[in-house]
Design a protein. Structure first.
Length: 419
């Protein structure tokens, strides 16, 4: 069986491409079932975030074209060529890639911790869907352990840098008196929670949290002394917001140009900063055409994010060393699977010899034969049977001049070197 990690991310594809292959959470189970229904695919998990869509698969071979074809088919992208944007990592390269992703080494924000939680959720979703087997199950558990080791043994997460932090930093650059302004957060997931925490620590004046499920919005709002509303109430509160930060899993835009135009009129054209960190995008791109609106996407945050990276560079080098070692450990385990059937067959043969000789010894004891003689014969017979085939093969190897097999036998049986 082969391993494959295939996908696109913020480095290889712009947001217009990434949003086309993003998976809505409520479609993931169906997607996984459809993926593993392909003859070549035995196991699968899907990671879909604002910055990446990745498929981790156990395959009968490492040909990634079948996965790219499936991705295009599932998202009805017949007229699009995804190949220029796609990376394809087979076997040990797949292991290395997953370890780097989980450790935050492949993120837009170096060392950001959110991706580990997102990978755990991807694993949980695939496990619930029944598409995780022995190979991916072991790989995910190894990945989580290595990511924890990287966090513990390096300073990769020492600086408070993330997409959420970058969004708040951008807002602080534009609005100097933070306490005098109102922010509207759309969504109530982990990214919005982190954004709300940074906003509160930065002294934002007022916070409104809108979510499709108002109960979830209320839960997050209670932690940050914010006001919770349903998404359907957005038009009634949009004009109150000086800052709008959106991160939902909606497959379609939540804010359109018309709604924002109406809010601007109510605000008498006081400017609004909008930061759309969702993929697919929550805010229609046409909104950027409006005067008095400053619209940024996740890709626009790159420059801000870069400022917080310097302190993590040395930690990243240490993390890469850990990952190098752990890739070798996992591949060693994977290679050991090839020997399992041989070990099992060897044990079964030895067990058969043991059973036969034990039965013979018990019959001799029942017949009154001296126990000492029975034990001696049992030991001799068992030794001779266990030694017969290996001895015959080694003798034949010597006759054939197969020195490498004789050397392997010495290593296998831990024999002392010849003088």
């Amino acid at each position: 069986m082969a391993l494959l990690a295939l996908g696109i991310n913020h480095k290889t594809a712009p947001v217009e491409i990434r949003e086309k292959v993003a998976f809505a959470p409520d479609r993931l189970a169906d997607a996984l079932h459809d993926l593993v229904s392909r003859p070549q695919v035995t196991e699968a998990a899907i990671l879909s975030t604002c910055n990446r869509t990745e498929l981790y698969c156990g395959l009968d071979d490492t040909d990634g074209h079948v996965i790219v074809d499936w991705l295009k088919e599932f998202h009805a992208l017949g007229g699009h060529d995804l190949q220029p944007f796609v990376y394809n990592h087979p076997d040990q390269h797949a292991v290395r890639h997953m370890l780097r992703v989980a450790s935050g080494l492949d993120s837009m924000v170096l060392g950001e911790p959110q991706i580990l939680g997102q990978m755990k959720q991807a694993f949980a979703t695939a496990s619930s869907a029944g598409t995780i087997g022995k190979l991916l199950g072991r790989l995910f558990q190894h990945t989580f352990a290595v990511a924890k080791q990287v966090r513990t043994d390096t300073a990769i997460g020492s600086s408070p840098v993330s997409v959420a932090f970058a969004a708040v930093s951008l807002a602080k650059q534009i609005f100097s008196n933070f306490q005098d302004h109102t922010v509207l957060l759309i969504g109530a997931g982990e990214t919005i929670e982190l954004t709300a925490r940074h906003l509160k620590e930065s002294g934002i004046g007022r916070m409104i949290i809108a979510n499709r499920t108002v109960e979830r919005a209320q839960t997050v709002a209670a932690e940050f002394n914010a006001y919770a509303i349903a998404l359907t109430d957005l038009p009634n509160h949009l004009a109150e917001a000086d800052i709008v930060i959106s991160s939902t899993a909606s497959p379609l835009p939540i804010l359109g140009k018309g709604a924002v135009e109406t809010a601007l009129k109510q605000r008498k054209h006081r400017p609004i900063l909008m930061v759309d960190i969702a993929v697919p995008r929550d805010i229609e791109p046409e909104v950027s055409e409006l005067e008095d609106v400053y619209l940024y996407t996740v890709d626009d945050l790159q420059e801000i994010i870069q400022e917080g990276l310097k302190s993590r560079q040395e930690a990243a080098k240490q993390a890469e060393e850990i990952i190098d070692t752990q890739v070798s450990h996992f591949m060693g385990w994977l290679k050991s699977l090839n020997a399992v059937s041989t070990i099992r067959a060897f044990r079964e043969t030895a067990e058969a010899y043991r059973t036969a000789e034990l039965d013979k010894a018990q019959r001799m004891l029942a017949a009154g034969v001296d126990p000492a003689k029975v034990l001696e014969q049992l030991a001799n017979n068992l030794t001779n049977k266990l030694m017969h085939n290996p001895s015959a093969q080694i003798r034949q190897a010597g006759y054939d001049g197969r020195i490498e097999l004789i050397d392997a036998a010495r290593e296998l049986f831990n024999l002392k070197p010849e003088n």
